[in-house]
Design a protein around this ligand. Structure first.
Ligand code: ADP
Length: 170
């Protein structure tokens, strides 16, 4: 799988699937979640509400992923995943990694070949940015998937530059 580092707003990406850093309610929130729902329109929220009723009465578990329509976004699907909230001293790396692994598994089920990811847990959920980048890149490196291209979309230039340095080992 090719891995691209992109700087900007994930809601303008043209890909088969856009991953959302959702919360377990699936009913929207701030950060990238809010941006995806605003740009994609009410169809996404309606699909999330259906999923809550049909499959996830208690919410989508942390580290899991599930797909809905992408509404008006330039994608076929949004894959919602729930990152762990950062808690110093509590190792939840496996859950953050699982967000990427499970999102790629859902993408495989959908036959999606290009997938854009935000930096899950690195905003409101407080995960240290450098570590969040390392977990994402590590998960992509070892992924067994038919996805051809993963785009890690970093919102600001500073985070993009940091990801570029981490990737090159510098
Ligand atoms: P979480 O609750 O998982 O921490 P956030 O949405 O708060 O999710 O943040 C995750 C990452 O997404 C952060 O690095 C944040 O800067 C970034 N982000 C916020 N809005 C966008 C956007 N429109 N496109 C891409 N990345 C975004």
């Amino acid at each position: 799988m090719r891995v691209e580092l992109v700087q900007g707003d994930i809601t303008v990406e043209h890909v088969d699937a856009i991953v959302n850093a959702a919360n377990s309610s699936l009913l929207g929130g701030g950060g990238v979640d809010g941006a995806i729902h605003r740009a994609g329109g009410p169809e996404i929220l309606a699909a999330c509400e259906d999923l809550r009723r049909s499959h996830y009465g208690r919410g989508l578990p942390t580290g899991e992923a599930v797909a809905t329509t992408a509404g008006r976004l330039h994608a076929h699907w949004v894959i919602h995943t729930v990152g762990p909230q950062y808690w110093p001293g509590k190792d939840q790396t496996h859950l953050l990694r699982s967000c990427y692994v499970r999102s790629l598994a859902v993408a495989d089920e959908l036959d999606a070949r290009t997938v854009a990811f935000p930096l899950v847990s690195a905003g409101i959920y407080g995960w240290p940015i450098d570590d969040a980048i390392g977990v994402a890149l590590g998960a992509f490196d070892s992924a067994e998937t038919s996805v051809e291209e993963a785009r890690l979309v970093l919102f600001d230039r500073e985070t993009h530059d940091l990801a570029t340095r981490i990737r090159s080992g510098g």
